[in-house]
Write a protein that binds this ligand. Structure first.
Ligand SMILES: Cc1cc2nc3c(=O)[nH]c(=O)nc-3n(C[C@H](O)[C@H](O)[C@H](O)COP(=O)(O)OP(=O)(O)OC[C@H]3O[C@@H](n4cnc5c(N)ncnc54)[C@H](O)[C@@H]3O)c2cc1C
Ligand code: FES
Length: 358
């Protein structure tokens, strides 16, 4: 059985099943309501029920008092609908609504997706969740105070684990550890979310996405978020690698394209073998052949710094893309000039580099 929930101030509507919380349903459908513990303890998800009936579930009394309940307040991470509802709550509209946190996380799974790509799933402590926008990244905090930036590959609604796609850097301190000695149940610390590479949902323009290698990670999060939100904006994804092994999630991208008529996927290889029947060349150049006029598009690019720089230059100068419609994260190396105590959240080298690249 499901019910209709209307948020009065924004006029956003979502469906909630009888056995799920209002927060779970809203996140699943792409709405960014605030939350913290998701356990009825912190009060971050508090809102008001203006009409309709709910069950308060496991809301804790210190976070939602008896007078609060009588006045119509509810903790949306615990509340379940018993009828159609009209509610009032805050919806996150800007990056400021997503607090930067430092947290421990346990390595849940390590999956080799390609010879040099490891998919790492991180589990947060039971009472913690990370709120972020699809496309943002976190900084892994190393024991010596250095940081290493990695994009979140899961969409915000799918946050039971945080997923990272990690390419091995030859001689790399952290990625060497991931491919060498890291094991399941190890504990890491990270800080985030960071960055301004996220889907601009206030636009209706068709979207061109260009990913190189593990630059697919934040693009995956954005596309899965758009699908969850039932957006019908046309999306064309070009994903480039040297050989087909580099497109380690091609089957997933093909599945998006085959199940959603507004999503297209174009794999591109720069050094294919003789049997490759697909597109060849540099990924952004292949995209430009198909989109000579980008004046009415929005473009999202992620991958190696050289690719990001070339894409920005060429798409703006040769395809009439307005510069403010180009969004990118550039996978630069950390400069290791600071340490954790010296770098306030949002002021670390990786953040600066990523934001510089936009
Ligand atoms: C915002 C952001 C998001 C990112 N997301 C991802 C992601 O999702 N997936 C992913 O795979 N990567 C991502 N990266 C890149 C990732 O952060 C680096 O690959 C990682 O920091 C490497 O760490 P390391 O400790 O293994 O390498 P390091 O120990 O830092 O360096 C490894 C080697 O590279 C050399 N090196 C250092 N600087 C440079 C340089 N400027 N140019 C060439 N060589 C250099 C070093 O000498 C050393 O030999 C992201 C980067 C940024 C900024
Ligand atoms: S998120 Fe903490 S009480 Fe709901």
């Amino acid at each position: 059985m499901s019910f209709q929930v209307s948020i009065q101030s924004s006029q956003h509507n979502f469906q909630v099943e009888a056995d799920e919380t209002l927060l779970e349903a809203a996140l699943r459908q792409g709405l960014t309501l605030p939350y913290g513990c998701r356990d009825g303890a912190c009060g971050a998800c508090r809102g008001k029920v203006l009409s309709g009936r709910i069950d308060h579930g496991k809301a804790q009394i210190h976070a939602l008092s008896v007078p609060d309940r009588a006045a119509g307040f509810a903790l949306f991470c615990c509340a379940k609908a018993q009828s159609d509802l009209v509610v009032e709550c805050k919806e996150a509209r800007s990056l400021k609504d997503f607090p930067v946190k430092t947290m421990p996380a346990r390595v849940q799974t390590l999956t080799l997706a390609a010879p040099d790509v490891m998919i790492l799933e991180l589990k947060l402590p039971a009472s913690e969740r990370l709120q972020f926008l699809a496309g943002q990244y976190i900084d892994i905090l190393l024991k010596d105070g250095k940081r290493r930036a990695f994009s979140l590959a899961n969409a915000p609604h799918d946050d039971a684990c945080l997923q990272l796609h990690i390419r091995q850097t030859p001689g790399g301190q952290f990625t060497g550890h991931v491919f060498g000695t890291m094991k399941e149940r190890d504990i890491l610390r990270f800080n985030g979310p960071h960055g301004t590479f996220f889907l601009r949902e206030d636009s209706k323009k068709p979207i061109l996405m260009i990913a190189g290698g593990t630059g697919f990670a934040p693009i995956k999060a954005m596309i899965e978020h758009a699908i969850a939100e039932k957006s019908d904006r046309p999306i064309t994804l070009y994903w480039g690698g040297r050989a087909s092994v580099d497109l380690y999630h091609a089957a997933l991208a093909e599945q998006w394209a085959s199940t959603h008529p507004h999503i297209r996927f174009v794999p591109v290889l720069s050094e294919p073998d003789a049997v490759w029947g697909g597109r060849r060349g540099l990924v952004h150049e292949v995209a430009m052949q198909d989109f000579p006029d980008l004046s009415a598009h929005q473009v999202y690019v992620c991958g190696a710094p050289g690719m990001v720089v070339a894409a920005r230059r060429d798409l703006v100068s040769r395809c009439q893309l307005p510069e403010d419609q180009f969004f990118a994260d550039s996978f630069d190396f950390a400069c290791d000039s600071g340490n954790e105590s010296g770098n306030e959240p949002g002021n670390n080298s990786a953040t600066d580099v990523a934001q510089h690249a936009q």
